[in-house]
Design a protein around this ligand. Structure first.
Ligand code: MRU
Length: 347
């Protein structure tokens, strides 16, 4: 992958500001939790697994200068930091998964001195990053077995290195297929309104030397009708126990189109994206974002009447019956998901 998306550096979080890509590769060093909350909210840091890492590092940022003298006040303060970070974006399970994991780690070490707990929390955040890297490689390895030599593949939003600590989820599969010598062609949906496909996915794919074609979201159907798409690979932000999967708005459209055109639709996501407390996707919280994102192009060009009403959900849910398989670091899972996905649970 072209850059290191996010890491801890000398008491600060260093991340690529994804809102500036592809025109500018800008690294930000952030030492203030309120500023970091905004970075998450504004999509400077984005993508489900990267949001998990952001949550873990956000806890370190928020707690590093804690003056708590005993565990009781330390855990109270930690709870406040966690609730604050959790309020940034609601959909990606990975954010909450990482925050819960950090809190559990603190609880497990409650008898230790506060200074030691802080060190253990930093180690835990670093472990989350390392685990994400190896999950990316494993998902890529499993997923690449689904790709044929000359497949034309459609992807939506950005499920690449920028959305993870390493290789990406759906894009990791494509990078691995390319490494295996498969001469794939990839179509990237631009992904309105925030253009993650055009700005980030096209950038990452081209950096890896993959034959890349950018399309507007409303062009996918015509490509499929012409027989020019063999497979679809997308990421996910939250997957319910029955396999219903939330991902960037517009993913569901593609899944419906794929069913009509008999094209396999694959979801690629690590175990940290699964929410086994939810029976179905109906209960997945869907983020709604500001009207300005739709009324303008990236806040720069006005394309609609100033006060026109806007509906701007950031995600939609693809029902499990439209998903040919879910690729995780633990293998490839198929229907019936209610049963098969039990294999994703646990360590
Ligand atoms: O709003 P975003 O850019 O954070 O949404 C990201 C997506 O929907 C990705 O497709 C998803 O997180 C999978 S990332 C590996």
């Amino acid at each position: 992958m072209p850059v290191e998306t996010i890491r801890w550096k000398n008491g600060k979080i260093r991340y690529v500001d994804q809102t500036q890509l592809p025109t500018r590769l800008k690294f930000v060093e952030c030492g203030d939790i309120k500023r970091f909350w905004k970075a998450i909210r504004n999509l400077e840091v984005r993508g489900a697994p990267a949001l998990g890492i952001a949550g873990a590092l956000g806890v370190i940022l928020g707690m590093q200068h804690s003056r708590a003298k005993n565990f009781r006040s330390f855990i109270k303060e930690l709870g406040r930091v966690i609730r604050f970070l959790a309020s940034s974006r609601p959909t990606a399970r990975n954010l909450f998964w990482a925050l819960e994991r950090m809190e559990e780690t603190a609880m497990e070490n409650r008898s230790r001195p506060i200074g030691v707990i802080k060190e253990i929390l930093l180690e835990e955040a670093r472990r989350i990053i390392e685990e994400d890297k190896s999950a990316c490689r494993e998902m890529a390895r499993h997923g690449a077995s689904l790709v044929r030599k000359r497949d034309a593949i459609l992807t939506h939003c950005n499920a690449g290195g920028l959305a993870t600590a390493d290789y990406g989820t759906a894009l990791g599969v494509l990078f691995e297929a390319k490494k295996q010598g498969k001469r794939i062609k990839v179509y990237a949906d631009e992904t309105r309104p925030l253009l993650q496909g055009a700005r980030l996915t096209a950038w990452e794919l081209m950096h890896e030397g993959i034959d890349t074609t950018l399309i507007c979201d409303n062009m996918a159907a015509s490509l499929m009708a012409k027989g020019r798409i063999d497979k679809i690979f997308v990421g996910a932000d939250r997957i319910a126990s029955n396999g219903d999967a939330a991902n960037k708005i517009g993913t569901y459209n593609i899944a419906v189109l794929a069913r009509y055109h008999k094209i396999p639709f694959y979801v690629v996501a690590p175990a940290s994206t699964f929410d086994f407390s939810l029976k179905t996707g109906k209960d997945i919280p869907i983020e709604e974002r500001s009207a300005g994102e739709v009324r303008t192009v990236l806040g720069r060009i006005e394309i609609a009447p100033k006060n026109v009403k806007v509906y701007n959900p950031a995600f939609d849910v693809t029902p499990n019956e439209l998903i040919a398989a879910i690729v995780t670091e633990k293998g490839i899972f198929r229907k019936p998901y209610g049963r098969s996905l039990r294999g994703v649970k646990g360590k």
